[in-house]
Design a protein around this ligand. Structure first.
Ligand code: NAD
Length: 351
């Protein structure tokens, strides 16, 4: 039995994670979920959105299924954490958001985000099948920002050879296992000559050891234009953290929206699975959010832990429900609620 730490999250998080967990269990996966309190409720009750119990649970399970968590815009908001490290020493750190805190503390250095068309879901493009690798640990997301004076703010962008090589190697190995053979490195090295220049050069050098994979590169602005005109010409994309965050949402829009885009944050001994979308406060609690991105994130989790039969069964049941169209949420072209879509998938699994 695989032990999984569950973070339900904020906004639509509890609705979509509940859906994903029910479906995972209905598919007969050998997993047991331990839910930990994190996010807004934990902040109110414990004074931090990530109490030490979250890290204690993850230290045991090594695998996390996470719903989206809220981060206020602007201001001085920080996520303060206190926890014991592997040697039992108390560490205190702070981060700009919960997702960043977890990714950094758990060493989850890459975010893998597959984005593709699904039969039955209307979208602007057909034949999109992108695999996005987002560097997850540095860039402008290190959260080193400050006001120099009342009218001037500064942020520091960090790119290292080590992190760039690690994510490039991961992407190339991952592509090799899936039989994918075209990688586009995305950057802005014409302006950010040192930081993005180092990312591009390191990725290109790393790729020399993978002669079967065709490597090319694009400046981020040109990539965005090409993606919204001919997305089917791209296979896999490797991006620094900030561009990866933005391009993931753009790519989700190419195939039908954020309700369809799953993600996996992977490190050397731990992994966390979460949808690309956020807490969607505009639709939270209304039973209209698409659970699909969260379900597909759970499918990635099942493949990661080796529960491939359950993963295949869920994908097949979801595909059937999408093709039939009558039990899907409105962003997927239907009129059903989150609950009804979940029940329909469970019914297919039990049929
Ligand atoms: P969002 O992704 O929550 O919402 C953007 C738009 O997409 C909204 O119109 C929303 O209704 C729609 N949408 C999102 N998920 C959907 C789903 N499953 N089904 C149907 N429609 C869906 O982005 P936002 O509004 O910029 O952010 C809201 C909050 O989420 C912020 O506090 C932000 O910090 C947080 N956030 C968290 C994560 C994370 O935990 N990994 C990621 C992104 C944003």
């Amino acid at each position: 039995m695989h032990q999984i730490t569950l973070i339900a999250g904020d906004g639509i998080g509890p609705e979509v994670t509940r859906s994903a967990c029910e479906i995972v269990l209905a598919a007969g996966a050998h997993v047991a979920f331990t839910e930990v309190m994190a996010g807004l409720r934990a902040e109110m009750e414990c004074g931090t959105p990530l109490p030490a119990a979250v890290f204690d649970s993850i230290a045991r399970t090594k695998v996390v299924l996470k719903g989206p968590t809220a981060t206020p815009f602007g201001g001085n908001y920080r996520v303060y954490i206190e926890r014991k490290d592997t040697e039992g020493r108390l560490v205190k750190r702070d981060y700009p958001s919960i997702a960043i805190a977890l990714r950094k503390e758990l060493g989850l250095f890459v975010n893998v985000r597959p984005i593709k068309n699904y039969p039955g879901v209307a979208s602007r493009f057909e034949n999109v099948n992108l695999l996005i690798f987002r560097e997850n640990s540095e860039d402008l997301y290190v959260g080193r920002e400050r006001m120099i004076d009342e009218d001037t703010a500064e942020a520091i962008k960090i790119i290292t050879r080590g992190a760039s090589e690690r994510v490039a190697r991961f992407a190339l190995d991952y592509m090799g296992k899936l039989g994918r053979n075209k990688l586009t490195i995305v950057h802005k090295a014409n302006v950010m000559k040192l930081t993005d220049g180092l990312f591009l050069k390191t990725a290109q050098e790393t790729a020399k050891a993978y002669p079967r994979i065709e490597i090319n590169q694009r400046v981020i602005d040109a990539l965005c234009m090409e993606l919204v005109m001919k997305p089917e010409t791209f296979d896999s994309l490797l991006l620094p953290n900030l561009y990866g965050d933005i391009v993931s949402d753009l790519a989700a829009g190419l195939v039908g929206g954020l309700g369809m885009a799953p993600g996996a944050n992977i490190g050397s001994d731990c992994a966390m699975f979460e949808a690309v979308h956020g807490t969607a406060p505009d639709i939270a609690g209304k039973d209209i959010a698409s659970p699909m991105a969260m379900i597909l994130s759970a499918v990635m989790m099942l493949r990661y832990i080796g529960e491939t039969t359950a993963a295949d069964r869920i994908e097949a049941a979801l595909s059937q429900v999408l093709k039939e169209k009558k039990d899907v949420t409105r962003d997927l072209g239907g009129t059903a609620g989150t609950r009804r879509m979940t029940e329909a998938i469970v019914e297919k699994l039990k049929a």
